[in-house]
Design a protein around this ligand. Structure first.
Ligand code: MLT
Length: 258
């Protein structure tokens, strides 16, 4: 696959990981250690090693790119996982191709669209990035992503690799994203909803609301964690993901193959 860069690690039932803003597939490096799964980590357009899009970017275009990656990797159905903006893409993919989704991992995300003020702030930020580069976005996000200095420095490095075009397109795509409440209400697959107890961007009340909308959901609160809970606290999160997917996916896939 030429356009969209992705990593393919491990063996087993596939998990497709979709990163948040303004990150890359590197934010999921700590999750490759989850055993018995094949980990597909996508770089969305304009982030990581994938070049920016030439045309308009939207949650729908990001989701299409992820489906193309699944085709390229010969994956029919997978666990679809996304953090924050990646979660918005997961919900879009669930609307567009529910038959490709075996289970959901929704990490530090929300189903609500932006408010009017939120949208205006995105456009202001996009103008600033066009004029001055991504520095102000990276500075604003760093303390919200992680608590410890080491994790903050590592995540800052990942964010600094994003292209200005990718960041601008991501801001506009997030501003235009739809309400996904109905998508979650109609979801029939098991979902694990993860949230850092100190996440200020998508706080625990967002996770609780998503759990109440979903038909088959469990919440996984992560202690001493901010927005990128998966990155800073894999020792808490990875066993929870493994146990959840063992119960809800691996056991069923095994029984179906007998
Ligand atoms: C993200 O982490 O992907 C973004 O902060 C999400 C957002 O700004 O809505």
């Amino acid at each position: 696959m030429k356009t969209i860069h992705y990593h393919d690690d491990g063996k087993g039932f596939p998990i497709v990981w979709i990163h948040g803003f303004p990150l890359s597939s590197k934010v999921f490096e700590p999750q490759i250690a989850i055993d018995q799964f094949r980990h597909i980590r996508v770089d969305l357009r304009g982030f990581g090693k994938t070049p920016p899009a030439e045309g308009e970017t939207s949650m729908a275009s990001y989701a299409r790119d992820v489906l193309d990656v699944m085709d390229d990797a010969k994956i029919d159905r997978a666990v679809i996982a996304g953090i924050s903006m990646g979660g918005y893409v997961v919900m879009q993919l669930l609307r567009d191709a529910p038959e490709r989704v075996a289970a959901l991992l929704l990490l530090d995300t929300r189903e609500t669209p932006d408010t009017e003020e939120g949208r205006a702030a995105r456009f202001k930020q996009a103008d600033d990035v066009a004029k001055n580069g991504i520095g102000s976005v990276v500075d604003a996000m760093t303390p919200k992503m992680a608590i410890g200095g080491e994790a903050q420095a590592a995540i800052r490095k990942i964010m600094e690799e994003s292209s200005p075009q990718g960041v601008i397109a991501g801001l506009k795509a997030m501003a235009a994203r739809p309400d996904s409440a109905e998508t979650l209400r109609n979801a029939h697959v098991p979902a694990l909803v993860v949230v850092g107890d100190r996440d200020e961007i998508t706080p625990p009340r967002d996770a609780e609301r998503m759990v109440s909308l979903l038909q088959h959901a469990e919440e996984a609160p992560i202690a001493k964690a901010a927005h990128a809970a998966n990155f800073e606290r894999p020792e808490q999160l990875n066993p929870l993901i493994h146990a959840f997917l063992f119960r809800h996916v691996l056991r069923h896939e095994h029984a179906a193959s007998l």
